[in-house]
Design a binder for this molecule. Sequence first.
Ligand code: ADP
Ligand code: MG
Length: 722
Amino acid sequence: SGSQSRRQAINAVTGYQVPDKDFTEPLGELFGRNTFSPAVMKSRLPKSVYKSVMSTIDKGTPLDPTVADVVASAMKDWALENGASHYAHVFYPLTGLTAEKHDSFLSPEDSGASMAEFAGKTLIQGEPDASSFPNGGIRNTFEARGYTGWDVTSPAYILENPNGNTLCIPTVFISWTGEALDKKTPLLRSQQAMSKQAARVLTLFGHDDIDTVVSYAGAEQEYFLIDRHFYFSRPDLMSSGRTLFGAKPAKGQQFDDHYFGAIPERVLAFMIEVDRELFKQGILAKTRHNEVAPGQFEIAPLFEKANLAHDHQQLMMTTLQRVAQRYGMECLLHEKPFAGVNGSGKHVNFSIGNGNQGNLLNPGDTPHENVQFLVFCAAVIRGVHKYGGVLRAVVASARNDHRLGANEAPPAIISIFLGEQLADVFDQIAAGALTGSKPAGTLTLGVDTLPPFKADPGDRNRTSPFAFTGNRFEFRAPGSSQSISGPMVAINTILADSLDYIATELEALIEGGMEFDAAVQKVLKDIITEHGAVVFNGDGYADAWQVEAAERGLPNLKTTVDALPQFDRPEVKDLFEKYGVLSNRELASRLEVYLEQYALSVMLEASETLEIAKTKILPAAIRYQGELAGAAMNLKAIGMSFDSPTLDAITASVGALTSGITGLETALGIHAGESSMEEAVYAMEKLIPAMAAVRAAADELEGLVADDTWPLPTYQEMLHIL
Ligand code: ADP
Ligand code: MG
């Protein structure tokens, strides 16, 4: 029961001692130790092979197949020296999770087991039995082949386990027809597309040493920690990652003061070990508490190239979960584990640039840099305005629906926050176009120097889903459990489109005889005039914004079911196809998979709700109702009156719960439809309200039924006993 797990958790917390892990090496010495990094490759590969691999990593040149055998052999030796007995191709299926298939380095021979060759072809290509990964109809079951292919740009690494280590090789995952079945392939493709168009713009700005332009990403990860005793007495948390029941915690319950002191020690010990694990994998992590919700914390790594940041982010999520268990805790990555308590997001900070041209979203100090910055910034503005629906769709999930627009996370309306200063600059550009002259105080591009931009101070613009923060943008709508691939693919692709547009316009204007400065000014004016509606510096939580956004024509796609069909719009299909990021078939398969996942996860929650209501909550309520009725009978028998508002209230709530259960059972029994879209709509329109009715009655009962009878740990307990 709830009170039992509470006792166990309290014992775990009060008796808690930080395990002596003998962490003697300083953090700095651990950095990258478990990675087959460029430094390791340099020391172990022949010079020409090393150069060839580095050229693939840095410049995106195709991998020379003849070097694969050499690299594989060096990688195997390194892995064996580091205690690995197995290797695994790690890939990122459309579930958003990380998948890995382990193979032993050993293979049987006549004389017994012996060490096998780890050939180049084993490194480069694997064939997991992949028929059960979602593919949205791309593969028929009779041709269920899927291949994993080594992504040279992401270093292989050793995954440690006390009982033996594994060499992990990050890979792409594609069908036998070469279509993307994963989150990584389109990310790599979108990087390439963006780089190509950015280079065109940089060429127009007169650069002659243009390096590959990459996007950088730094993701802030929020998460909850709860004691595992609670976790295992909450079947809802175990099956769906969030509590499907639970009344809002009452303030000032006795546990707060008593157990608060234990919180930092266990959590800090956990954080220290997480940092060490991440450091070994070459992930530069810095952690900090998040004070917004009890039991909620945040970790942010240093930003990296988006492809690497993606793989590292996935590794970070599994590391958080793995290490938490060593400390008797469960790490909850769900976007909204507790209703009425703040949810968890994953802010994706991004910029684009390279070693030669620097950060292209950095305003810089000189007019020339300023203008170039404004052009790249305008590209973002145009893309977010034109394809706001896509940005909304890539963060859509049943989980994130509980968070977006819940007045603690950005609304579902995609707008851009520029900050006062930058917004003013764009206002001036727009005004300049209107008057056609350059009155005093109006920016003259390439001549006046913009004042240095202030970095956005702190929390000021939390309410914006897409904010400029001094030298980068921060996309705040992604949810805590989501892969950063979707957001980064969308951002890269809309940037490719905008930069393509800008380069094409500039080239035409210059061709037509216009001065470069004037041409840039015209293009900036056009963009801000046409797309300025997406800039919003006000309060995104305010109801007035919903009205204003509608007037501005910005879509407000409130749920996943509203958002996902964006992938079916002709202009969106064209966008992804044109830049070679996702073919129409690949995009359609994604829409199919995501709709299916939405429907499946709501259905799972609905079944779990039904089961808990029927087998745990209703019995507890009826038991207590009987106890009260018995007391009433006894009192009456000895001539005393018994007037219990509690008994009346319980009887009413038991009635509500019973009819809620019937309603949900009926809703679950109805065939939802033929297509995944019909199933998703049914889940949203019928199952979610039916679940809500059950929960409302159950949460009511939680406040009425005796605490020692209540079957589930409460919010108060889960959030505060840590
Ligand atoms: P805040 O909470 O103020 O947004 P944090 O320091 O928690 O800041 O997280 C900011 C994230 O943004 C970090 O991951 C950081 O590495 C990343 N970041 C900083 N500069 C850039 C940049 N130029 N491009 C991409 N990401 C960046
Ligand atoms: Mg931030």
